[in-house]
Design a protein around this ligand. Structure first.
Ligand SMILES: *Cc1c(COP(=O)(O)O)cnc(C)c1O
Length: 877
């Protein structure tokens, strides 16, 4: 700061304009490198900018665009004549060019994957671009990065929050305070779309006014990212701050943001496409969580207004290419809006579609008359998924009543387990281990990690030691800094030089402080915890970080409890709470701790990705069997806490705390400190190796994105194509068919089920013939399914085999279906029969949520589980 800056208070500028750094020609490639976010996961490019101006690099929080803006004339001249620097610059330029143009996975797929528009309320791409709050945003960021690595045609759509997400500060008492940063988009790797010097805008109707939205464009490797921004002079002053903060403000503010994200988002996509800023036409629309679900409403509007479809037809056509990913395990996590509020804002959309507002609101109606964004998203998508196998079950249960006649297990919500972007999250030491010991394409081929099983103990342990040392150094700096900021005098801070022991077992816990994540589980047994921390031979140290939602005082209190516990001078050097958890702090922890602790109340962790990032760094997970860990834990790739049994919350917490201490005392600590020959904990390193080899292939975002492509994007695109062809003939027909079937369904009955009575031997075939009353439907409108398998004590077939029966005879108003099945198991055996709507345009027979089971009196013999009412079973898929 110069003297002048100190003396004159900040002054509002009358007018602003942009001064671009005029780089000497030799340095011009720096611009291209700074404006492609590829640097966020390319360490050599970051080093180049750091070298260009180390001080600006630090001051800007590692932001190449800000470094460029601050490069002085003299430094430019120095760099322009620094042959070494120029050679490196050329190497990085060429590497980026190669990355952007070379053939990748998607170019080798046949048929090529469909192009995708990926909508998300947040994107976590790099710490300094705070348009993310936590897991959801970081996942979206990793999705874009992995899509880039795979060469997919994918475009991200989101919001540019001018004040992003809050930064966290704790006061002396450990109470959280929030401060919202000012994001200067000109200092970010984004450019505003402009034509003729004026911003390109799209407009959206928000209740009484029309609001303009500017479009910022970023490059995430090969992936374009569009971010909308309402802070335009031409907007009404009360509309300018719509895109101010992430998750700030009241319900109405949230709804306005979601209209901008979904509705203006689609319009921005169209505009950017016209201008050649998005080089492909998206086929699939992927909605990351329900916040973006109004994109589907906008697509309905487009089809009504531009293609002349009826509302119901447009709904069928609009939902076909849409995939909805839910991240919510509990009803409280779902976005709902009060009816009148939703009505006020959706009325213009309903008008444009030629329907009354209630008809529009009905798309999001669930319980009562609130407008539920997840329900809207489910009704207006043709595929949906949860984010881990366990969460898939949870989501099917949660939304079960939208498919009223189907068992929860058959609710058409599948799962794709989240993954993380390796190059972003793996620390420098482990990166160099992988560079030396894994196949060269480990960054894009998840299977390369299997080779980690062969890496030497010494190599792994040395990398782990170095990463822990780096963490210790950075924790000491952070602790000192946060104490100074609270106003503690420097002479009292000598102890911060000795915070954490670089050789001690270090456990990390960092996540949002919400009750269900149980950040204070360890505090339930404070004496046992102190013993672990203060053990002279086998000390344990703990590093915590995480924010509580600004309005969650309960969450803030959890943080305060931790800070109070760690205030004791006897343990303050080994029980540390670090402020302001963000992507940088998160990375430092994933790189440097030995154990990643996760203690959610099962099954509320939808997936959890932090443990996946830790695992890739050779950190061992110690976790409740929830989220991703529930499906990937084995006895040797980490430590599992407790069992899968469920108890009432208070009891569960007590049991899990007990199990957690047992695991630490008898598993984690002894294994880490077991040094039979020399200084290397062989058993521990063996677990690391197995953890990397077994988890690496499964936790990478490249695995996740490929799975999205093959399991969801491709089928969704194919179905959409079928409905869109020939002027939306398929969609028109499907809309008519659905209405007809829904009206006729009450008349459908499976009336007569005949099979041979009596006992059977294993492998015997049973013939089966059923009659179905169809009412006004034709036999071609339905499928008849047979479900069979072993029956448990309450008459339930727990894992039925399923097959379709053949239509054998048509009568007037009824039809006969028949087939045979082989008895697969000994003991009590049963079957069930049901009719479901069936049409080639459906995503699955479950789509309408209608299924008519044969009633007990239909059975012509003694066999059959139907006596107990509707059968219940686990998904057999
Ligand atoms: C990965 C990540 C998360 C999500 O981790 P969880 O395991 O879901 O808690 C949250 N915040 C940041 C900064 C992250 O990097």
């Amino acid at each position: 700061m110069t003297k002048q800056d100190e003396q004159v208070p900040p002054t509002k500028a009358l007018s602003t304009f942009r001064v671009n750094p005029s780089l000497p020609e030799q340095l011009e490639p720096l611009t291209g490198l700074a404006y492609n976010l590829r640097w966020a996961w390319d360490a050599p490019t970051r080093e180049l900018f750091q070298r260009a101006d180390p001080q600006a690099w630090l001051d800007s929080g590692h932001n190449p665009v800000a470094v460029l803006a601050r490069l002085g004339h003299q430094r430019m001249q120095e760099l322009a004549s620094d042959a070494d620097f120029l050679a490196d610059l050329e190497r990085r330029r060429a590497a980026l060019q190669r990355y952007l143009t070379e053939e990748r996975w998607a170019q080798q797929e046949d048929p090529p994957p469909p192009a995708v528009a990926y909508f998300s309320p947040e994107f976590g791409l790099t710490a300094g671009m705070q348009v993310y709050s936590g897991g959801l945003g970081v996942l979206a960021g990793d999705h874009l990065k992995a899509a880039s690595d795979l060469g997919l045609d994918l475009v991200g759509v989101g919001l540019l929050y001018r004040h992003g997400y809050f930064r966290q500060y704790l006061d002396h008492d450990g109470w959280q305070h929030e401060q919202y940063p000012d994001l200067n988009p000109h200092d970010l790797p984004l450019t505003r779309l402009e034509r003729g010097g004026a911003p390109v805008t799209v407009e959206v109707e928000l209740a009484e006014r029309t609001v303009g939205c500017a479009i910022w464009r970023g490059e995430v490797g090969r992936i374009p990212l569009l971010l909308l921004d309402t802070d335009l002079e031409e907007n009404d002053p009360s509309d300018r701050p719509i895109t101010d903060k992430l998750y700030g403000g009241d319900r109405e503010h949230r709804l306005r943001q979601e209209i901008v994200l979904g509705v203006a988002g689609v319009r921005a996509l169209r505009r950017a496409r016209e201008l050649g800023e998005v080089p492909f036409e998206p086929i699939v629309y992927h909605s990351n969580e329900g916040h973006a679900a109004l994109l589907q409403v906008e697509r309905v509007r487009e089809l009504v207004v531009e293609e002349g479809l009826e509302f119901d037809e447009a709904v069928q056509a609009a939902r076909a290419p849409v995939l909805f990913t839910t991240h919510t395990p509990v009803p409280a996590g779902i976005d709902v809006f009060e009816r009148d509020l939703a009505a006020r804002y959706l009325a213009p959309m309903a008008d444009a579609c030629g329907v009354d507002t209630d008809r529009m609101l009905a798309l999001g109606r669930h319980h009562g008359d609130e407008f539920n964004m997840a329900v809207l998203a489910l009704r207006l998508s043709s595929a949906a998924n949860g984010v881990s196998r366990l969460h898939g079950h949870v989501a099917r249960d949660l939304f079960d009543d939208l498919w009223p006649e189907l068992p929860a297990a058959e609710v058409p919500i599948t799962s794709v387990t989240n993954g993380v972007h390796g190059s972003t999250w793996i620390g420098p030491e482990m990166t160099s281990v992988y560079d030396r010991h894994l196949p060269a394409d480990w960054r894009s081929d998840p299977d390369a990690f299997a080779v980690a099983a062969k890496i030497d103990d010494e190599v792994i342990w040395q990398a782990r030691q170095r990463e822990r040392e780096r963490l210790v150094t950075s924790v000491r700096e952070r602790v000192r800094h946060q104490r100074e900021r609270r106003g503690e005098p420097a002479y009292g801070l000598g102890w911060t030089e000795e915070v954490l022991d670089p050789d001690a077992l270090t456990i990390g816990f960092a996540r949002r402080f919400a009750q269900y994540k149980r950040g204070t589980l360890l505090l339930r047994q404070p004496e046992r915890l102190r013993e672990l921390l203060l053990s002279p031979e086998r000390p344990v140290q703990l590093v915590f970080a995480g924010k509580a939602h600004p309005r969650d005082d309960g969450g803030k209190d959890l943080i305060r409890q931790l800070v109070h516990f760690g205030a004791d001078p006897a343990i303050r050097d080994r029980f540390v709470f670090l402020e302001d958890y963000d992507m940088d702090l998160a990375a430092a922890l994933y790189h440097g701790v030995d154990v990643w602790l996760n203690t959610p109340r099962r099954p509320y962790e939808a997936c959890g990705t932090s443990g996946e990032k830790a695992a890739l760094n050779g950190v061992l997970n110690c976790s409740i069997l929830d989220g991703w860990w529930d499906e990937m834990a084995d006895a040797e790739n980490g430590f599992s806490i407790g069992t899968r049994e469920t108890h009432p919350p208070e009891e569960q917490d007590a049991l899990d705390a007990e199990a957690l201490f047992d695991t630490l005392e008898h598993g984690v600590v002894p294994t880490f400190y077991e040094r039979r020959d020399g200084s290397i904990p062989r058993r521990w390193v063996g677990m690391i190796r197995h953890s990397i080899a077994s988890l690496g292939p499964r936790v990478l975002a490249s695995r996740m994105v490929r799975e999205y492509v093959t399991e969801l994007y491709a089928p969704v695109a194919a179905r959409a194509e079928g409905l869109i062809a020939e002027g939306y003939r398929g969609a028109r027909e499907l809309a008519r068919w659905k209405q007809r079937v829904q009206e006729a369904w009450p008349a459908v009955r499976v009336t007569d089920v005949r099979t041979d009575p009596g006992e059977a031997d294993l492998g015997d075939r049973r013939e089966l013939r059923v009659q179905v009353e169809l009412g006004p439907l034709s036999p071609d409108d339905i499928a008849v399914e047979l479900l069979h398998g072993s029956v448990d004590a309450d008459g339930t077939i727990s894992a039925p085999a399923r097959q379709s029966l053949e239509l054998v005879e048509r009568h007037d108003g009824t039809a006969d279906f028949a087939g045979s099945f082989a008895v697969r198991d000994v003991g009590e055996y049963g079957y069930a029969v049901r009719a479901l709507p069936d049409h080639t345009g459906l995503a699955s027979r479950a789509e309408l949520g209608l299924a008519r089971f044969a009633a007990p009196e239909a059975a012509g013999d003694e066999v059959g589980p139907e006596e107990s009412g509707e059968p219940v079973w686990e998904a057999s898929t």
